[in-house]
Design a protein around this ligand. Sequence first.
Ligand code: PLP
Length: 349
Amino acid sequence: MSHPVIDLRSDTVTRPTEAMRAAMLAAPLGDDVFGDDPSVNALQAQIAEMLGFEAALFVPTGTQSNFCAILAHCQRGDEYIVGQMAHCYRWEGGGAAVFGSVQPQPLDHQPDGTLALQDIEAAIKPDDAHFARTRLLALENTLGGKLLPFDYIEQATQLAQRRGLGRHLDGARLFNAAVAQAQRRGTDARAEARRIAGCFDTVSVCFSKGLGAPVGSALCGSRELISRAHRIRKMAGGGMRQAGMLAAAASHALQHHVDRLAEDHALARRLAEGLSGIEGLKVEAPQTNLLFVDLVGEAKARSADLLAHLKREGVLATGLYRLRFATHLDVDAAGIAHAVAAIRSFFHA
Ligand SMILES: *Cc1c(COP(=O)(O)O)cnc(C)c1O
């Protein structure tokens, strides 16, 4: 029996829904470099309002959003404190250092994904000509699918503020965090997104991940920071013209695809449950839509074999550091059942 390919490599692989395509086609357009695109302007107002900021900037990618944020906060010769596994340190080609002459100060993560407060404190350099000027703390939520504890976010950002640092959140998956946090606290996901965002000076959100838009991110912040980011976006070649078609997809996603992230989280849990009890497989309980799995014992060296086996079975995943399975808008329970069966067949389990 042949199955459609179950693509669990990333939550970026989704195709726009029919309703999203209709919203894109209907979008009023203008030239956004002149500030004339009504759909871009509406999206920027919508996301700024949602997260409680004065302003927002639509950018083509999350990478460019983080880049604009870091350069809006930091000058040449400044540094930002960031986690070893954070996207804006490890996964962006060192852009802030390469193009911005801003030095990262990476710190090891604690098992829950946080950066220890004493490590942050110790990494802040004295005002002395030997050192780069420490200017910014950059956190990420979710990080590797983990929800940063809200108390921790408050403490870390208060520490940063006390020490005169800017505070940036890479919230590529902020709404996944918000939905998971809302479920734990019995509150509303939008209120949680706003509460988390309220601890930061700038927040970057991706529309192209779990929210299911084809392209785009937004950077939110004060008018002043966003006007600096706007200049940097232009330098980075990110000034787009009739970008309203893309912005309309993002607006549609904000309206219709936030609460449904809970379904992706439930499917990740279902996948984890389906894989429990397989010898050679260590499954980390997923908090949101990313499931990480390690091969252990005799299976340890077989991750490439497993990925190849899964590909033959029509299931795609990634394995750069650990095996990762991402659930999203374009997978359903039947797809997850197929993935479970394909993985179990590799282990004859
Ligand atoms: C995907 C991602 C980004 C970057 O997004 P691109 O649009 O791929 O550049 C930034 N931060 C995090 C945490 C991400 O997951």
